[in-house]
Design a binder for this molecule. Structure first.
Ligand code: ZN
Length: 243
């Protein structure tokens, strides 16, 4: 059994399609876990929700998913993100809104906890330091945790010695062993680690490992659609830098 783990799609249909095609080639597209922020920023919120729903995903809520439907405040967002949230809401049907409203904050599947931000604050906490990651292990009842939100693929291992937090550049395989782990598969639709390629992970159940994958996609097409839609230029531009 192989499972595709997707986070922070952010309305980027070209990136989502490329990732699902890659997962398909690797026999990992039949099961999908989604770590939130399917919409917000990108030009194709409806199509991204529909495409994702076509995979019957196990999904949790992200801060953008809930801000768009009014479940959390837009005050925490920068002006570009807030504008994109308002634009996104105007594109959605009642069924799409219902889907976002009803997403759970946290889900457990086998040895994994799935959340968007962190296990102690599923919506807002950015897990970007070892200190916050260490505190989050206390909130876990499973050995492994999958998070999104920072758009940077990383792994934090709670080992015997000093815990470590490392970014995961390019294509990497992480063996799942005794030590507890928090892993971010990176962002499908708006990577921020300097690599503009879409990022996601595959859980290889038999081998007990996680594989981080980077996939090229037609980001110029996404940028064109964003400009046509009148979405803020910096949001389109950042896609080409992966920042
Ligand atoms: Zn996000």
């Amino acid at each position: 059994m192989r499972i595709a783990i997707l986070a922070d799609i952010h309305g980027n249909l070209e990136a989502l399609s490329a990732v699902l095609a890659d997962a398909q080639k690797r026999d990992a597209a039949d099961s999908v876990w989604c770590l939130g922020d399917t919409v917000g920023y990108g030009p194709d919120p409806r199509a991204c929700i529909d495409t994702l729903l076509g995979t019957s995903p196990v999904a949790v809520a992200g801060n953008h998913d809930w801000a768009i439907v009014g479940k959390v405040s837009l005050r925490e967002f920068n002006p570009y993100a807030a504008l994109a949230c308002r634009w996104t809401l105007a594109q959605l049907s009642p069924a799409h809104i219902d889907y976002l409203v009803n997403l759970p904050l946290q889900v457990e599947r086998g040895p994994f906890t799935l959340v968007h931000g962190s296990p102690r604050d599923p919506i807002w906490e950015y897990l970007v330091s070892l200190t916050s990651a260490r505190a989050c292990f206390q909130h876990l009842s499973t050995p492994y945790c999958l998070v999104g939100h920072s758009h940077v693929p990383f792994m934090c291992r709670e080992g015997q010695g000093t815990p470590e937090m490392v970014e995961l550049p390019g294509n990497t395989t992480i063996p799942l062993g005794e030590e507890r782990l928090i892993v971010n598969p990176g962002s499908v639709g708006q990577p921020r680690d300097g690599d503009p390629r879409a990022s996601y992970a595959i859980y290889h159940q038999e081998e007990s490992s996680l594989e981080i994958r980077r996939v090229s996609y037609d980001l110029r097409a996404t940028q064109r659609k964003m400009r046509l839609a009148g979405l803020p230029e910096p949001l389109a531009e950042r896609l080409q830098y992966g920042r």
